[in-house]
Ligand binder design. Structure first.
Ligand SMILES: Cc1cc2nc3c(=O)[nH]c(=O)nc-3n(C[C@H](O)[C@H](O)[C@H](O)COP(=O)(O)O)c2cc1C
Length: 376
């Protein structure tokens, strides 16, 4: 078992990846709890998972205070946060790894306790999350019903774009190799994309073209900072995370992918429908469409797929031409040396869901490397 396709080089923008085992963006809520600055512990965690020529996508990172929805999540909007991230990036680079930062605004998936001045969270429209069992997390970690968000004024949307632009600049200053715009999992940009959360009547709402406008304008802003070949984007068509879900995703996402295709991005990153919401529960849907299979014909660039992959299914997806690289989430949490384990067929350590979010070393930096895989 050595997975010849998974362990072959891949050109991503200007970077030559040595293999196609990508670390998926993973929120772990372990930044400094009042300044939201990445800590040396976070640098250690990422460095453990870095390999020469391997790509890590750092956890979703709010571009502005208003984009926050969880405690302990690092930001990229203050000087101290930029410096904190530099420590992470340097540690990854010291091991020869590459690291992109995922740029995030949660929109309505927030609570006033996170917001400047205790204001209501903002969203395309004043539509709260009411799905059964879905709760907001307050700044002190309590689970409470979601509030009804405040609809952004048309004039405020340029401030959102500006926040993403500035975050892209800040990420560059921190030394990242690129950025990934978070357009998935029910957060702000997906709230704009989808018809049930976007009831706007201005140029950012209504038809598909209007609903896709904000995502595309933010892509443009990130491209102006980085160049298109260092900017990726993550989408989750058919996803159900955080109250999302478009009744008929195909026309919407076909439009988005077709609009993204000519930009010359570093990559397009899909979360497979079967694993949407993986952070909260085990979900493994049968008979759901595969995003990579559906949209690959519309996309000429690098395609990364994520969601419930094993070494075997990752190898098959690449061998069949459905994806160019595979991002692994949960098993990368519990296997810091995941690429070596997959390559050599070493057994995987199971993950502990209880330590996914928040806390310190436990379930974060204390997962062992396989003894035969240990690098001197
Ligand atoms: C603890 C945890 C945190 C996550 N955080 C993020 C995140 O910050 N950004 C994101 O786009 N997806 C996030 N996800 C989704 C993962 O990136 C990935 O798509 C999902 O876990 C499915 O892949 P897997 O089956 O390999 O775990 C998270 C998932 C988990 C389990």
């Amino acid at each position: 078992m050595n997975f010849p396709h998974l362990f072959s080089p891949l050109q991503v923008g200007p970077y030559r990846l040595a293999h196609r085992v990508v670390m998926a963006p993973l929120t772990r809520m372990r930044a400094e709890r009042s300044s939201f600055v990445p800590r040396p512990l976070n640098a250690e965690y990422y460095a453990q998972r870095a390999t020469p020529g391997g790509l890590l996508i750092a956890e979703a990172t709010p571009v502005t205070m208003a984009g926050r929805g969880n405690p302990g999540v690092p930001g990229i909007y203050s000087r101290a946060q930029i410096e904190g991230w530099r420590g992470v990036v340097d540690a990854v680079h010291a091991k020869g790894g590459l690291i992109f930062l995922q740029l995030w605004h949660v929109g309505r998936v927030s609570h006033s306790s996170h917001q400047p001045g205790g204001a209501l969270p903002v969203a395309p429209s004043a539509v709260p999350i009411t799905n059964e069992g879905m709760l907001a997390m307050t700044s002190d970690g309590k689970m409470v019903p979601y509030e009804t968000p405040r609809a952004l004024e048309t004039g405020e949307i340029k401030d959102v774009i500006e926040a993403f632009r500035q975050a892209a600049v800040n990420a560059k200053e921190a030394g990242f190799d690129g950025v990934e715009v978070h357009g998935a999992n029910g957060y702000l940009l997906e709230q704009f994309l989808q018809s049930h959360t976007n009831l706007r009547t201005d140029q950012y709402g209504g038809g598909i073209e209007n609903r896709a406008r904000l995502l595309l304008e933010i892509m443009q802003a990130a491209i102006e900072v980085w160049g298109a070949d260092r900017v990726g984007v993550r989408l989750s068509p058919y996803g159900i995370a955080n109250g999302s879900g478009e009744a008929d995703p195909m026309p919407l996402y076909a439009h988005v992918v077709k609009a993204l295709d000519p930009l010359g991005l570093a990559y397009l990153h899909f979360i497979e429908p079967r694993s949407s919401g993986a952070g909260r529960a085990e979900v493994n849907w049968q008979n759901v469409p595969s995003a990579m299979v559906l949209f690959r014909p519309l996309w000429r660039g690098v395609l990364i797929a994520a969601g419930g992959f094993t070494g075997e299914t990752a190898e098959a997806a690449i061998a069949q031409g459905h994806a160019d690289a595979i991002a692994f989430g949960r098993i990368f949490i519990s296997n810091p040396d995941l690429p070596r384990r997959l390559q050599h067929g070493f057994p995987l350590t199971p993950y502990n869901r209880a330590t996914f979010y928040g806390g310190d070393e436990a379930g974060y930096t204390d997962y062992p490397v396989h003894e035969q895989g240990a690098i001197a």
